[in-house]
Design a protein around this ligand. Sequence first.
Ligand code: HEC
Ligand code: HEC
Length: 295
Amino acid sequence: MSADPEKSSFPVQLIAIPAAILTVIFTVIFLITESDRLRIYPLTEYDLVIPADSIAIEHGRRVYTLRGCVDCHGVNLEGRVVESGLLTGVITAPNLTPGKGSAIRDYSTEDLVRVIREGVKPNRRSVIMMPAHKFQVIHKRDVESLIAYMQSVDPVDRRLPATRLNYPVRLYYFVNRKLGLFPANMIRRPVEFAEDNLQTRLEKGRYLATSCVGCHGYRLEGGRVPGAPPTWPVAGDLTPSGIAGDWEKEEFIRSMREGLTPDGRHLDARYMPWQAFGQLTNEEFDLLWEYMRSL
Ligand code: HEC
Ligand code: HEC
C-alpha cells in the first residue's frame, strides 16, 4: 500500500486552515492590546503645594477612604492582589508605603499626582486597571491632602506578585474598551483641575456625588456598573424616580452607615463600599441627599 497523501481519507486542511486563521487573529488581538499597554503618554507638569499639618493629613485619609483607594490598596496602604485567576491573570494593587516591596519608593509628588489623575506612571506608560479616569474630578486641595496622607504613612514590608494579564482578559478588553484596563487612554485631556470653589449646597452635594457616579451613572440613574463582571448586582437608581423618591433621608443614611436597606436587604460591601461612605458626616449626607432629590 502506498501512503500517498493525496489519497489520505482525512482532509488535514480542514483543521490546518482554520487553525492558521485563528492563530493570526489571536496574535493580532494580542499585539493590539500589547500596543495599548506599551503606549507612551506625555508627562504633565503640576504645581502642587503639599500641606504638612495634621488636619490636612486627616482630610487626606478621608479622601483615600471615600474615593475607594482603600478597597484596593488596603487600610495601611499595604496593597493586595485584587484579581487572580486563569481568565484575568494577576492584578495587584501595589504596596504604597515606604516599606519593603513598595511600588513608589522613589516617586516624587508629581509622579504621584500623574498616577492618580491620569493613570500615567513615571515610565510614561498606563497603570493597569487602576481607575484613574474616575479620579480626575477630585479637586486640587483634596489631591494635595491625599498625597500628604500617602507620604505620611508608616512603612509596611509586603512584597506582592507583579501584575500580569492573561489572554482572555485581553480579548474581553478588545471587544469592550470600557473595561478600564489601561485607564490612561480613557483620560480627557487637557487634564486641568476642576474649579475648586464650591458655593451652593447643590454644588457641594454634586461634588460628593462624584464618588458615586463611577458605579451609579453620571446622573445617578443606576444600572450595570461599567466594566464590572456580569456577576455584579445592578447599582440602584439614586434619583427621585428611585431611592431619593422611595426612601426617607434617615433611611438612606442608615443604609449607608449600617449596610441595611429599609426593606431589610444587606448591601454587599464587595460591590457597594458602604463602610467607606458610612464615614461621611451628617452634614455631608444632608448635602448628598439634597443633590439626589434635585435630580
Ligand atoms: C480598583 C482597584 C484600585 C483602586 C480603587 C485604586 N487603585 Fe491604585 N492601583 C491599582 C492597581 C491594580 C495598580 C497597579 C497597576 C499596575 O500594575 O500597572 C495601582 C497602582 C497605584 C499606584 C502606583 C502606580 C505605579 O506606578 O506602580 C499608586 C500611587 C496608586 N495606585 C494610588 C491610588 C490612589 C491614591 C487611589 C485612590 C484615589 C487608588 N490608587 C485607587 C488598583 C486600584
Ligand atoms: C464601586 C461601585 C459603587 C460605588 C462607588 C457606589 N455604589 Fe452604591 N451600590 C453599588 C452596587 C453594585 C449596589 C447594589 C448592591 C447590592 O445590591 O448589594 C449599590 C447600592 C446602593 C444603594 C442601595 C440601593 C440599591 O441600589 O439597591 C444605595 C442607597 C447606594 N448604593 C448609594 C450610593 C452612594 C450615595 C454612593 C456614593 C457616595 C455610592 N452608592 C457609591 C455600587 C457602588
